[in-house]
Design a protein around this ligand. Structure first.
Ligand SMILES: Cc1cc2nc3c(=O)[nH]c(=O)nc-3n(C[C@H](O)[C@H](O)[C@H](O)COP(=O)(O)O)c2cc1C
Length: 209
C-alpha cells in the first residue's frame, strides 16, 4: 500500500480550477489504485512554524556544523515534524494557482520549512548539492488566469512552473509530471475547454501514476 500525499494550495476550494482538476486526478487514482491511501494536506488550514528566531538560528547551526542549543532543538522539532510528514509519503500531487507569476505564499512558506540541509538536500564540496527525496513520483497541477504557452514571450513570465520544477529537482525529484489549466480567467467557453482538456490529462496521468 502506497501513501499519496496531496498538497492543496488554493484557498478558493469549490471555485478553484487547480482543485477541480486535482479531484479528477484523485478520483481516478483511487479507482485504479484501490489499496493506496490518499492524504490531503491543505496548506490554508495547516499551521506552519514561522521561519524566524531560533528556527532560523537552527538552520544556520546545521549549515555551520554546530550543535543545536536547547532552545534551537525545541524550535527545530516543529520543522522536523513537518519534514518527516512530507518525506514519509511515497507519491506526491501538488495543486496550485499562479499568483503574481509565482506560487501562493502558503506554498512558499511550506517550501521554506521543508527544504533543509541534511533532510531534503545535502551539500558536500565534492558532490555539491544533492537532493535526498529520491525515487518517488510527483505530479503538479497548475492553474493560471492567463496563458503562458512555451515558446512565446508570455512564457518568460511563468515563474510558477519554473520555480516548482527548480525546487522539486533540487530536493531530488526526477520525472516531474505536470497538468496545466489555462486560461481560467477567459470567456466561460474558453475556461470550460481548458478545464476539460486538463481534466482528461489528469485522468490519464492518474491511472498510471
Ligand atoms: C493574488 C492573485 C494573484 C494572481 N496572479 C496571477 C498572475 O500573475 N497571472 C495569472 O495568469 N493569473 C493570476 N491570478 C489568477 C489565478 O491564477 C487564476 O484565477 C487561477 O485559476 C487560480 O487558481 P485556482 O482557480 O486553483 O484558485 C491571480 C489570482 C490571485 C488571487
Amino acid at each position: 500500500m502506497a501513501r499519496l500525499l496531496y498538497i492543496e494550495t488554493s484557498p478558493r476550494k469549490d471555485r478553484s480550477a487547480s482543485i477541480e482538476t486535482a479531484r479528477i486526478f484523485l478520483i481516478e487514482y483511487q479507482k485504479t489504485h484501490p489499496k493506496d491511501l490518499v492524504e490531503t494536506l491543505d496548506l490554508w488550514i495547516t499551521p506552519l512554524p514561522e521561519f524566524d528566531g531560533e528556527v532560523i538560528n537552527s538552520k544556520y547551526a546545521i549549515l555551520q556544523g554546530l550543535k543545536h542549543t536547547e532552545a534551537q532543538r525545541h524550535a527545530w522539532s516543529a520543522v522536523e515534524k513537518i519534514i518527516s510528514h512530507f518525506t514519509s509519503a511515497d507519491k506526491y500531487v501538488f495543486s496550485l494557482p499562479m499568483w503574481n507569476f509565482g506560487v501562493p505564499y502558503k506554498l512558499k512558506h511550506y517550501i521554506d520549512v521543508i527544504t533543509q540541509p541534511g533532510y531534503t538536500f545535502s551539500f558536500t564540496p565534492g558532490e555539491g548539492y544533492k537532493g535526498l527525496v529520491t525515487g518517488k513520483p510527483v505530479a503538479v497541477i497548475y492553474a493560471r488566469g492567463g496563458s503562458y504557452p512555451a515558446g512565446t514571450k508570455a512564457a518568460s513570465f511563468d515563474l510558477q512552473k519554473a520555480y516548482m520544477e527548480l525546487f522539486l529537482g533540487f530536493i531530488g525529484f526526477k520525472a516531474i509530471q505536470s497538468v496545466i489549466v489555462e486560461p481560467t480567467l477567459s470567456s466561460p467557453e474558453e475556461t470550460e475547454k481548458a478545464k476539460a482538456t486538463a481534466g482528461e490529462l489528469a485522468k490519464k496521468l492518474a491511472a498510471t501514476f
